[in-house]
Design a protein around this ligand. Structure first.
Ligand SMILES: [Fe+2]
Ligand SMILES: [Fe+2]
Length: 354
């Protein structure tokens, strides 16, 4: 079949009377359509299934499966559900017209059929079908555009968050690599804990903002070589509340969770953390996850005052304690998830650099 032929609408003519079938076939071909024919109900369904037509001219009265049953069957089968049906009936009574409508026919023709009427009815039905196809296409295109736009908005949103976090690292001893690795660690623990997909995705983008409040801490304190005196330490600890203030006004889930993490990421399960000394479940799960990830990455990183530790030692300190870091600092469930995630933490640390 060449391209021009394939583009022509396909009419399926169904009639048990061969002379009627031939008459309709010829007429439809004269009108420029492609035509398939069937002499009974079963044959019609098989034909329609194999090559869904654009319109069916369907005889109502046939031996065996009649036109009403064929129409019903076409309407429940996915490939033929939207194919318009013109019922050709010898019965010019209200009752059979209602039956045909119920069975899903759009139009009727009464035998003996008037030639120009057949042509016009088929033309009308095809125009309607084309129009509804066009509408469906337009809807699909619109839907795709909306999705594309949302994807773009989301992508630029995430880019803004990432840039903000990168800006914060200029002031801090913590590096861009740390901020990027945190995303992967926190997402990994969240999914090991069985959190839902939305949570895992949100924590990926929210966790890098944990230290965003350091933007507001004076360099003299942030970069001080020696130990901080008590009042300096108080200022340092305020990076939690300042960070939360900075981003909590945003209503996106990223900023909401980001603020929650910023505020609570130094709290400890046993109540020994800051700023509030919050304990147990009072600390949001996002921050409990963040805390253990931050600890692992800090232990593995080199700082002016400490050497980088190997993976095994970092895991040992977190799970068994070293006097400074203790297992009681962590939510036992989160600690359990950390143990299961540990091998992946090693890989994240080794592969996600500056
Ligand atoms: Fe912090
Ligand atoms: Fe950190």
């Amino acid at each position: 079949m060449d391209e021009a032929t394939a583009a022509r609408p396909l009419v399926l003519v169904v009639d048990d009377d061969e002379s009627m079938r031939e008459l309709l076939r010829k007429q439809m071909e004269r009108d420029g359509y492609r035509v398939n024919t069937a002499g009974d109900g079963r044959g019609a369904l098989a034909r329609a299934e194999a090559e869904p037509p654009d319109v069916v001219l369907l005889d109502a009265l046939m031996p065996g499966m009649d036109g009403f049953q064929v129409a019903e069957a076409l309407k429940v089968s996915a490939p033929t559900r939207t194919v318009p049906i013109i019922m050709v009936t010898g019965l010019n009574d209200q009752q059979s017209k209602l039956r045909a409508l119920k069975a899903g026919a759009q139009e009727f023709l009464t035998k003996p059929v008037d030639r120009s009427e057949v042509s016009l009815r088929v033309q009308n039905v095809l125009m309607l079908k084309e129009y509804s196809n066009f509408l469906a296409d337009q809807n699909r295109i619109l839907e795709q555009r909306v999705q594309e736009r949302s994807r773009q908005v989301l992508a630029s949103y995430r880019e803004t968050i990432t840039t903000l976090c990168r800006a914060a690292t200029y002031k801090d001893e913590e590096t861009g690599g740390h901020v990027r690795r945190i995303s992967y660690y926190t997402e990994d623990i969240a999914s090991t804990l069985g959190m839902n997909a939305a949570f895992c995705e949100t924590i990926h983008y929210a966790s890098p903002m944990h230290d965003i409040g350091k933007i507001a801490i004076p360099d003299a304190i942030l970069r001080k070589a020696g130990t901080l005196n008590p009042s300096e330490w108080d200022i340092m600890k305020s990076h939690t509340t300042l960070g939360a203030q900075l981003i909590s006004s945003g209503d996106s889930p990223y900023l909401q969770m980001g603020a929650e993490i910023a505020l609570h990421h130094h709290e400890r399960w046993d109540g020994g953390g800051y700023p509030a000394g919050a304990k147990g479940q009072v600390i949001p799960i996002s921050a409990r996850i963040m805390n253990i990830c931050d600890q692992y990455d800090a232990l593995r990183s080199q700082r002016p005052y400490k050497a980088a530790l190997p993976h095994e030692r970092a895991v040992e300190i977190i799970t068994a304690g070293d006097g400074r870091t203790m297992p009681s600092h962590f939510d036992p469930d989160v600690l359990g998830a950390f143990k299961r995630s540990a091998e992946r933490f090693r890989k994240i640390f080794e592969s996600v650099k500056e």
